[in-house]
Design a protein around this ligand. Sequence first.
Ligand SMILES: [Zn+2]
Length: 534
Amino acid sequence: MQKTYVTFSLEDQLKGWFRHPQSCSLIKYQSALLKETKPTTIRDVHDGLHTQAVRTRPVYLDEYPLPHIPFSDDRDVHITISTDGFQTFKWAHHGSFACWPIIGINHNLPPEIRVHIENIIPLGLMPGPNQPKDMDSFLMPLHNDAWRLANGIDAYDCETDSNFKLYAYILTACADMQAVKHLNGMKGPNALSPCHICKLQGVYHAERRSYYYPLDIPHGKPPPKHQPASYNPGDLPMRSDDDLSEILSKINLATTLGGKQQIAKEHSIIKQSIFTKFPCASWTKGYLHEFMHLVFENVVPMLIGLWKGDFREINHHSQGYAIPEDTWEVIRWEGVESVKTIPSSFCHALPNIHTHQTLFIAEAYAFWFLHLAPILLKNRFPDWVYYKHAMKLVKIINTCIKFKITWSEVDELEMEVKDWVVEFEKMYYQRDYKQLLVCTLPIHTLLHVVDDIRHHGLVCVHWTWVMERYCGMLGTVAASKGQSNPNTTLSTRMLHHAQLAQVRLRYDVDLPSNRKVIPHGDVCSGEYEIIGTD
Ligand SMILES: [Zn+2]
């Protein structure tokens, strides 16, 4: 099967936004936020420390500063990119097929519309069926676009009826851990030191042949080389951008292949990724820990697995967190019955959490844990402290996903998260080597979520529900007609999506704000419209 990488120009798509009076006005939404130098509340990505820092200094190209200071003009555009591998279908004899779309989120638009499908910026489709071996090669066109946009390109502002220099900056990348490892040049989950924020090293579990990441090493085990036996969650050994350069030069200077591999393994770094060469990009601040995957696809499912007593090869018998099986049947029944009285706008019908937890998706976990679990789990644990601990996580998540958060709330949240992780290890891990399997990377990563909020703004402006929706839109095409040549079909779908967005802007096509999008092939009635065809 011939594979072609299809990429879409970021420059041309951004220019189109300034050719439509309404979108031209909308795209300046962030300018009012940027005028406040010390906001007391974090309301959006623009209030984050990283954005605030970027707008105070010039961008350097080959050690020479560019004349334009980022975000000094109302029309400077702030972009986050996202990518994810999504499985479109399974072939009968060739396994599954997955491809990797790359999209951009335009943070200049108001948050309530920036994640609408028609406002997503398609940037490319890395062809399947396997994950990309070298993601940097696919990001090269975007890298070139980013540098041209940092230098300024000619554009037309229809609101002021004048030509101007358009600048845009890709400051962050947001994806799940498997995708981020392709973006940041690190070894990723299961490496010795997989965190790009801190230098914590994992403890090797010989039977599982994998690393786990507790704050305290198990009783009776020696600490990892050059690492302490205990980490203070409030004082983790942090990485910096200079560390990356130092490690890369050490790897380059090593005279033997074994020496290079040893340094790479110790720091879990493979190479300097192309994303760190984007204007304004930062190795330690450029990659966000994606909250939806982190919490609703990792931490919460793991906790439920522990409470059900079926999480990995751990003996949960007689533990204070293991809820008896017959109680789970009651919890399942109460959950299903309660959802029947809740409007479907809030939640779809839930699968059987007792017997079919694998059918739960992030949305179902989020609703079940935040809204049902506080009632369903009350008085169900053999030991009450596990319920209290679970409810602390509910409170933490509810604070994280607020639409506004004050700086003092952020400080308070940080203490709550640290306490929660320390308590988690005391209650579930107990420094017992046999329980080490509960100290997963997502549990460690929770310690960095608050820093993400500080530097990049609210969780809800960065999580990747939008990526999932975009993949869902592509998936409907692949499932219906794409199996003979799926790469071409999917990239054509993305091309049509980009073209229709530009047609809408160029010819002032009026779109109702509350429209519903229907998949290709369905009948279009008066209140619906199709956003793309094949
Ligand atoms: Zn870390």
